[in-house]
Design a protein around this ligand. Structure first.
Ligand code: TNX
Length: 519
C-alpha cells in the first residue's frame, strides 16, 4: 500500500517545479492549523476535506498534533512570486508555506492531488515529499462563452473548481453576445427580459441551416454572480467579465432598439444563428452613456483587476451606411466612419481605467497606440498579432485559435462530437503551443503575460458537451502554462492518474480515441 501512496507523486498536474520523494507517508487527521492571516485558505482546505476526508477541524498554530496540516504565510525556503509555495509532508505533519495567499491556494490544490482516488482506502494518506513550486507564466486563463448557450449556475461553480484544480488564475466569462445577454442589469431590465431569450437555436452545423424550434435562454442575477465571484476568489480564480462591444451586440439591440443604427437597420430579434453579424452599436452619446452605465454595474459586481471590453469582429458596414454615424465621425474629427471602433475602444478603455481597472481587448481593437500602455491584448487570430502587440509595448495574453480554441475538433474520428467546422487542434497541438515565442528580445517576451484556453459554445449546448471538447486539452494548456519543462510523453503519463481526479470532480472526459493524442 505504501508503494501505491508513493506513486501519487508521479501524477501531479500541472507538474510542480521540484518534487523530492521522502520516506513514508502521513495520514491526515483532519486538523488544519493556521495563522489568522491564512484562515481563508484553512477554511477552503476544510471544505475539501469535508467532501470525503477525515472530519476537518480548524485550529490555531499552537502544538499541532500528528496528522495536522499546518498552513502559514512564511517566506522560508519559498521561491519568489505570489503563487510560489512549499509543501512538506514528513515526520507526521504536513507543512504548507507561501509568501501570499495565492501560493497557499496553489499548494492546497497540490495537496488535494496527493490524496488517492476517491473511494480508495488510504485516500487521505499522503506520500512523504518536499515540493517547491512556482508557475512559469502569470496569466493562466480559460474563457467560457455563456452567451451562446446559458450554463446553469451549479455547473458554472463546478467548472470554476475544476479550473482551480488546474491552478488557473482567470475565468474569462463571456457574458454577452448576439445570441444572448446573461448579465442582469437593475437599470436596464429589458436586457434580460428580452435579450436573454432567443426563439430557437441552430441544429447541427451552421451550413446545414436547420433549427430546433425550441426557445432558449437564461441569465445570472447580480447576487448569483457575486456569490460565484466569492467562490472563485477563495480558490484563487479571478473572474474577468467580458461585455463584448461594439459588435456582437444583437441581443442588447433587440432589447433596446435605440442602441442600434436605426437609420439603416430595422428592429431586430435576439440572433438565432452563429457567425459574424453586421449589427453593431450606434456611436451616439446616449449609447455611450448606456454602455458606461452597464459597465458601472458590471464593475460593481466583479471586483476583478481586469475587465474585458471585447472589440472582436466588428464590421463597419452599418456605420459607413448610416448618415448619423458618418456625421458623428465627422463631429469627432475622424476622417471616416471606419475609425469609429478605434474611437469607441479608446473611450471605453479610459472609462475602465478611470475606475482603477485594467482594460483588456481582442487583438483587432489593439492597434491604436492611443488605447494606452496599460491595455492587455488578447491575441486570438494568430500568435503573430500577439508578438506584434508585445513589440509595440503592449502586454499580451496568447489565445491563438489554431492552438488553444477548444471549440475546434480534437480529432478526425467520424463520430467525434459536433464542433466548429473544418478546424482541428489535437491534444498534441494544444500541448505543443508555447505562449512565449522563441527569438524575441527579453523585454518583448516579458510582455507576454501568459495564455488562455477558449471554450466558445456555438456547438456546445450542455455542460456535458463542453466537457467533451474541453478535456483533456485544457489539462495540456494548464500544464504548459505552469510547468517549467515540456515533455509530451511525460505529460501523457501524468494525465493517466489525473483522469480519476477529473471524473471525481464530475468532468465527463471523452474516450481516448477522441483526444487527438497524435497530430
Ligand atoms: C471568433 S474569438 C469569435 C467568437 C466565436 C469564435 C468561434 C473571438 C474573439 N470571436 O465570437 O465564438 O470565433 O471559434
Amino acid at each position: 500500500m505504501t508503494t501505491a501512496v508513493a506513486e501519487r507523486l508521479r501524477g501531479l498536474l500541472p507538474e510542480p517545479r521540484e518534487v523530492v520523494a521522502l520516506t513514508g507517508d502521513v495520514a491526515l487527521s483532519g486538523v488544519v492549523a493556521c495563522s489568522a492571516a491564512a484562515r481563508d485558505v484553512g477554511t477552503l482546505l476544510c471544505e475539501y476535506l469535508n467532501e470525503d476526508g477525515p472530519t476537518p477541524r480548524l485550529t490555531s498554530l499552537a502544538d499541532p498534533e500528528p496528522g495536522s496540516v499546518v498552513v502559514t504565510l512564511d517566506e522560508a525556503d519559498v521561491p519568489a512570486g505570489e503563487e510560489a509555495y512549499l509543501l512538506l509532508v514528513d515526520d507526521g505533519l504536513v507543512h504548507l508555506r507561501a509568501r501570499a495567499l495565492a501560493g497557499l491556494r496553489a499548494g492546497v490544490q497540490t495537496l488535494r492531488q496527493l490524496a488517492g482516488p476517491v473511494g480508495t482506502p488510504q485516500r487521505w494518506r499522503l506520500p512523504a515529499t518536499r515540493i517547491i513550486d512556482a508557475p512559469r507564466l502569470l496569466w493562466r486563463g480559460a474563457l467560457l462563452d455563456v452567451g451562446r448557450w446559458f450554463m446553469p449556475l451549479p455547473d458554472l461553480r463546478r467548472y470554476v473548481d475544476v479550473l482551480a484544480a488546474h491552478k488557473l488564475t482567470t475565468l474569462h466569462l463571456h457574458l454577452t453576445d448576439d445570441q444572448g445577454w446573461r448579465f442582469s442589469s437593475a437599470r436596464y431590465p429589458r436586457l434580460t427580459e428580452v435579450g436573454s431569450w432567443r426563439s430557437q437555436s441552430p441544429l447541427g452545423h451552421r451550413r446545414d441551416g436547420r433549427y430546433d424550434g425550441v426557445p432558449h435562454g437564461g441569465y445570472y442575477t447580480q447576487a448569483e454572480l457575486r456569490d460565484l465571484v466569492a467562490f472563485a476568489a477563495r480558490r484563487g480564480i479571478e473572474i474577468m467579465p467580458e461585455i463584448d462591444l461594439p459588435g456582437h451586440t444583437t441581443a442588447a439591440i433587440a432589447a433596446y432598439p435605440e442602441l442600434g443604427n436605426t437609420d439603416v437597420s430595422g428592429p431586430l430579434e435576439v440572433s438565432t444563428s452563429w457567425g459574424i453579424h453586421s449589427t453593431v452599436l450606434n456611436p451616439g452619446e446616449s449609447t455611450m452613456r448606456f454602455v458606461e452605465n452597464i459597465l458601472d454595474e458590471v464593475l460593481d459586481v466583479f471586483p476583478a483587476r481586469h475587465v474585458h471590453l471585447g472589440g472582436d469582429e466588428c464590421p463597419t458596414s452599418e456605420w459607413l451606411a448610416s448618415p448619423f454615424a458618418r456625421a458623428r465621425a465627422a463631429d469627432l474629427g475622424l476622417s471616416g466612419a471606419d475609425l469609429l471602433q478605434s474611437w469607441f475602444s479608446r473611450r471605453m478603455c479610459e472609462f475602465v481605467r478611470a475606475r482603477g481597472r485594467v482594460p483588456v481587448v481582442w487583438d483587432e481593437a489593439a492597434g491604436d497606440p492611443a488605447l494606452g500602455g496599460d491595455v492587455v491584448v488578447m491575441a486570438w487570430r494568430e500568435a503573430t498579432y500577439g508578438v506584434e502587440a508585445a513589440r509595440r509595448g503592449q502586454r499580451v495574453v496568447m489565445a491563438p485559435q489554431e492552438s488553444v480554441y477548444l471549440d475546434f475538433s480534437a480529432c478526425a474520428e467520424p463520430d467525434r462530437p459536433l464542433s466548429r467546422e473544418g478546424c482541428l487542434t489535437s491534444l498534441c497541438d494544444a500541448y505543443g503551443f508555447d505562449a512565449v515565442p522563441d527569438g524575441e528580445p527579453a523585454e518583448v517576451a516579458a510582455r507576454i503575460l501568459g495564455t488562455q484556453a477558449q471554450i466558445w459554445t456555438e456547438y456546445l449546448p450542455t455542460p456535458a458537451a463542453v466537457d467533451a471538447l474541453a478535456f483533456p486539452r485544457l489539462c495540456a494548456i494548464a500544464d504548459r502554462a505552469w510547468a517549467h519543462t515540456a515533455d509530451y510523453g511525460a505529460f501523457l503519463e501524468r494525465l493517466g492518474p489525473h483522469l480519476d481526479r477529473l471524473s471525481a470532480l464530475g468532468v465527463r472526459v471523452p474516450d481516448e480515441r477522441m483526444w487527438g493524442i497524435w497530430p
